[in-house]
Design a binder for this molecule. Structure first.
Ligand code: PLP
Length: 379
């Protein structure tokens, strides 16, 4: 789209052309069902196996520890519900108050089914602490959940330290890596987690496909029952093209990862500096040293975030609201409130998420547009 400055990559990313190319045969000529025994089916199985192998190798897992899903939301449901329904005697689910709604709402649903749900809050920089998790009693937990990077303020969380602290407790350690995958080098064995979810559309892959790493031996009850696909963990005809797309996008994301992150961090800091100095009313949320390189979650004091978002859209700048729209009203973001923002502050917040495809020229234009929009809304 001409002249659009897309700064909403945490919502979704454009499909990489090379990913589409890799997927195309599986949407056209290689149309077999991966469960069929004939030659057409076997070609599809080959594509699926190769995709699983690629993903497993990149994240440091075994081939049979990777399960394809329809995305992050399904993966998070499988992790939490699957652990709950296979939990044995333990009944405690420890999570944080800043997880994605697909975790928060699932935990809430499990609470109504009898789970003892504990939520840990972050500090004012948006970082969770291991000691707060330990205080909730890890030995009685069937699962302990900590996202790898927050989707609103971008802060990384100490997942590796949590996994180390949980060793020997018997609790499954689960991380939602939807925002971190594709922009960080993740090795599950090094990280020490039992379950990890991610989603292709956040790193140049197609929408509607994700994967879950489930360490061999972890007790997870299937949540979509039916056929024997995904080694009985997730029934339904395999989305071979999607799996190939995810694997290809993940592989591509690892090329020049450090160089891209360095560029992106520089671009993001330039953007934030420009916004703060040009508008005079901007405050950056979340620890700036320990966050996703493309994230800039900014509160514009005295400016309505929703109005700003619409004004920016009219000028071709795409971003996201720091707060969620539910039932026609804007609810202040629970993540922003958890790090100490008032309702008003949260409603004055916009999330920008840059990618390494953005240029300095675009960012200069965006800063100018944001400055004008903020100044008009202040009048
Ligand atoms: N978890 C996090 C941290 C996310 O940011 C998102 C999507 O924004 C999801 C889960 C859900 O992923 P999906 O869109 O693939 O369902």
């Amino acid at each position: 789209m001409k002249d659009v400055i897309y700064l909403d990559n945490a919502s979704t990313t454009p499909l990489d052309g090379r990913v589409l190319e890799a997927m195309t045969p599986y949407l056209t000529t290689v149309y077999g069902n991966a469960n069929s025994v004939h030659s057409v089916g076997r070609k599809a199985v080959n594509g699926l196996d190769e995709a699983r192998e690629t993903v497993a190798k990149i994240i440091g897992a075994d081939f049979n520890e990777v399960y394809f899903t329809s995305g992050g939301t399904e993966g998070n449901n499988l992790a939490l519900r699957g652990a709950f329904f296979a939990r044995g005697d333990k009944n405690k689910l420890i999570t944080s108050s800043i997880e994605h709604p697909s975790v928060i709402e699932t935990a809430k649903a499990l609470q109504t089914l009898g789970a003892d749900v504990r939520k840990v809050s972050p500090n004012s920089s948006g970082i969770l602490s291991i000691s707060d998790y330990l205080k909730e009693g890890i030995d009685d937990a069937f699962i302990v959940c900590m996202m790898m990077a927050n989707n609103e303020i971008g802060t990384f969380q100490p997942v590796k330290e949590l996994a180390t602290a949980c060793k020997g407790s018997g609790a499954l350690v689960f991380t939602d890596a939807v925002q971190a995958m594709g922009v960080t080098d993740i090795n599950v064995k090094d990280l020490g987690v039992d379950i990890m979810t991610f989603s292709a559309h956040k790193f140049g892959g197609p929408k509607g496909v994700g994967a879950v790493y489930i360490k061999n031996g972890s007790r997870i009850a299937p949540q979509i029952t039916g056929g024997h696909q995904e080694r009985l963990k997730r029934g339904g005809t395999s989305n071979v093209a999607g799996a190939v797309g995810l694997a290809t996008a993940l592989k591509l994301s690892r090329e020049d990862l450090d160089k891209n992150n360095e560029y992106l961090k520089g671009l993001r800091d330039y953007f934030v500096k420009g916004i703060i100095s040009e508008t005079g009313v901007a405050i950056l949320n979340g620890d700036n040293n320990f966050k996703l390189s493309g994230n800039a979650n900014i509160t514009f004091k005295g400016v309505d975030g929703e109005s700003l978002l619409y004004a920016l859209d009219l000028h071709g700048v795409c971003a996201s609201l720091g707060s969620a729209c539910s039932s026609g009203t804007i609810e202040p973001s629970y993540v922003l409130k958890e790090i100490g923002l008032s309702d008003k502050g949260a409603k004055s917040t916009v999330r920008f998420s840059l990618s390494y495809n953005n240029t300095y020229e675009e960012i200069d234009r965006a800063i100018k547009i944001i400055k004008e929009c903020v100044s008009n809304l202040k009048k």
